[in-house]
Design a protein around this ligand. Structure first.
Ligand SMILES: Nc1ncnc2c1ncn2[C@@H]1O[C@H](COP(=O)(O)OP(=O)(O)OP(=O)(O)O)[C@@H](O)[C@H]1O
Ligand code: NI
Length: 304
């Protein structure tokens, strides 16, 4: 249903005076999701998760240049196609509540954004996400952060879209509402909808996703089945995925020392090498190419 192949995104930036430089923030990123599946995209802040969503939707800023191809339901997504599908076949739950129109009552917004969803569908979604009846009459500034996020999620839920891209849909929500929202996404997927869910919350991802794509410094280091995240993490293929898994409170709770390289660091070899406990001199030479191992994809020359 969705196939992103070798996506790269650069931003044109001005340095001192009129000198310009291309800053590559996403490099050779590929992901694919089948219909009825939930793919969770996890990775630290700044790894390129939102940019992937914006590239699929065609809402990158104008100083961005992209390479690579994106297919949706067999159709190559050109800028025209992206605009045609946006809000119809492809629905978006944005990370920022600033996507809400400050001057429009939220009930009307949800129905408009979902291209004419019925009032009863909108009310059902609000009820499920525990938004009181009077919320539809409110303006965005009258909502709390968590309420605004529930309004944004409702839009995707009533849209009837074939593909939902949800960028951090749950922060600020109560645990019971998070559970309900996740269940809602799962039901939509079970009824044939495809979901790409971007999240910091690996726990939430593991609860509902079929597959997990792990992002690091603008690329996918691993795509794994959800069941690979279990036990001591030995089924995982990349040292970063294993480290993420072990950093969870229910596991060893061990943080990973160091930090993600910045886009302009321009490391020659593996981007995770500086933080990797298993790195060898070969890791510093070439960028590892994606390889298929045990039904997953990994970018690490040492993975088995
Ligand atoms: N308009 C822009 N111009 C220049 N760089 C940008 C722009 N937008 C994003 N970036 C850079 O691209 C990288 C990826 O950003 P992105 O928003 O996709 O991260 P993210 O994984 O969604 O992070 P978070 O989890 O914090 O939402 C970051 O290094 C960011 O600084
Ligand atoms: Ni983001």
């Amino acid at each position: 249903m969705l196939e992103v192949n070798h996506l790269s995104i650069s931003f044109l930036q001005y340095e001192k005076g009129l000198k310009q430089q291309q800053l590559k923030v996403i490099k050779d990123l590929s992901v694919s999701v089948h219909s009825g599946e939930i793919l969770a995209v996890v990775g630290s802040s700044g790894s390129g998760k939102s940019l992937l969503a914006h590239a699929i939707l065609g809402i990158l800023p104008t100083n961005a240049t992209t390479e690579g191809t994106i297919y949706f339901d067999g159709v190559k997504l050109t800028p025209e196609k992206k605009e045609e599908f946006r809000g119809k076949e492809i629905s978006f739950v944005p990370q920022s509540v600033n996507f809400l129109d400050p001057l429009m009552r939220v009930g009307t917004q949800v129905r408009n954004a979902a291209r004419g969803a019925s009032t009863s569908a909108q009310r059902k979604a609000f009820e499920r996400l525990r938004l009181a009846k009077d919320v539809e009459q409110k303006f965005p500034f009258q909502l709390s952060g968590g309420m605004a996020r529930r309004v944004l999620a409702s839009t995707a839920m009533v849209s009837g879209a074939k593909l939902i891209i949800a960028d951090e849909p749950t922060p600020g929500m109560d645990p019971t509402v998070i559970k309900e929202a996740l269940k809602y996404f799962r039901e939509l997927a079970d009824s044939g909808c495809t979901v790409l869910m971007i999240t910091h919350d690996i726990g939430a991802a593991l609860e509902i996703a079929d597959k997990i794509a792990v992002f690091y410094a603008g690329t996918t280091v691993e795509s794994a089945m959800v069941n690979d995240f279990s036990g001591d993490g030995r089924l995982l293929r990349h040292p970063y995925s294993k480290a993420l898994w072990r950093a969870l409170p229910q596991n060893d709770f061990l943080p990973i020392p160091g930090s993600q390289p910045l886009p302009y660091a321009n490391l020659p070899g593996c981007l995770f090498e500086p933080r990797c406990a298993f790195a060898t001199t070969e890791c510093r030479q070439d960028e590892p190419k994606p390889r298929e191992i045990r039904n997953g994809i990994v970018r690490c020359i040492h993975a088995t």
